[in-house]
Design a protein around this ligand. Structure first.
Ligand code: DAK
Length: 264
């Protein structure tokens, strides 16, 4: 599943079931251009179609940035029609990421601004290095967030904090992001990957179907009212009982041994 044909991405398997996507344009702090969106769409299709994939990690190349936003040099002269086309492509990719059947962790290793912050928000959760800096600085450029930031940021940290970030464009450092619930954990930069791998390995030991259905219930349910959302959970719960993994998980517990899950 490795693909060295990408111009703007690194994409590799780093351990059994664990894939790493690296935004790789360090000279422009990994800014997202239209090629990146095409390549992201392709890479995510490969992950979605790979039964062996259990966890996806996403990070930025280098030690300075996760992603410093959409590529300003590419956007500068765009027409409204071109801007809408870019926005549509990006919205589609971010939704594709959000709906991926496996958990996706963003490893934010520096600047995480504008479209970069929106990319991280489309992942299932964010872990950050101590030098991480978050922001939606679009107002500095005379534009609004366009890749879902007004919506996903508000849902994650609440409308007041999202409003403050978006209308002021101010930078939020890792410790503040942690206290706001924007990130789950903060680590020294040299431990970020190792911590992500430990978490990914832990997830790989769990029942793949249960992990998938849990993610789906959270993602599909969070925008619904409680009764409908709980129906999604109920269906997921019921579905688990049609799987070998449920029998194996419960039998292993009662036999006081570790379960061997097969994902069926
Ligand atoms: N795009 C292009 N190049 C960028 C870039 C970006 N977003 N950010 C940084 N770079 C480039 C710089 O131009 C510089 O290139 P050279 O001069 O070396 O050729 C190189 O990366 C290193 O950056 P700096 O020299 O500026 O490094 P500093 O450490 O001094 O500052 C910084 C780091 C991250 C604070 C600064 O680079 C910065 O403020 N960058 C811009 C951050 C930003 O405003 N990001 C938001 C972009 S707007 C849309 C929907 C959504 C969006 C767009 C359209 N549609 C609806 C179509 C999203 C918009 C955004 O994301």
């Amino acid at each position: 599943m490795n693909n060295s044909a990408y111009q703007t991405l690194g994409f590799e398997s780093i351990a059994e079931g664990i894939y790493l996507l690296t935004l790789n344009r360090p000279a422009s702090l990994n800014a997202l251009n239209s090629e990146t969106f095409k390549e992201l769409a392709h890479a995510l299709e490969q992950v979605a179609g790979n039964d062996e994939a259990r966890v996806l990690l996403i990070t930025g190349a280098g030690e300075k940035a996760f992603v410093a936003g959409a590529d300003i040099s590419e956007m500068q002269m765009m027409t409204a029609v071109e801007a809408m086309a870019l926005s549509q492509a990006a919205l589609k990719v971010f939704r594709q990421l959000e709906l991926l059947p496996i958990p996706v962790i963003a490893l934010v290793n520096g600047y995480c601004l504008g479209g970069g912050c929106e990319l991280a928000l489309a992942c299932d959760w964010i872990i950050a290095s101590e030098n991480a800096v978050f922001g939606q600085p679009e107002v500095n450029l005379g534009i609004t967030p366009g890749f879902g930031g007004t919506q996903r940021l508000s849902r994650l940290i609440g409308p007041a904090r999202a409003m403050e970030m978006i209308v002021s464009g101010r930078h939020v450092k890792a410790d503040e992001a942690l206290s706001w619930g924007l990130v789950n954990h903060v680590y020294p930069q040299d431990r970020l990957m190792q911590e992500a791998l430990s978490m990914a390995e832990l997830i790989c030991q769990k029942g793949p179907l249960a992990v998938h259905l849990s993610k789906q219930a959270i993602v599909r349910g969070r925008d619904l009212e409680l009764d409908s959302a709980c129906q999604i959970e109920s269906q997921a719960f019921g579905l688990c009982f049609s799987s070998d993994d449920q029998k194996e998980g419960m039998t292993a517990f009662l036999e006081k041994r570790k379960p061997v899950f097969k994902g069926v």
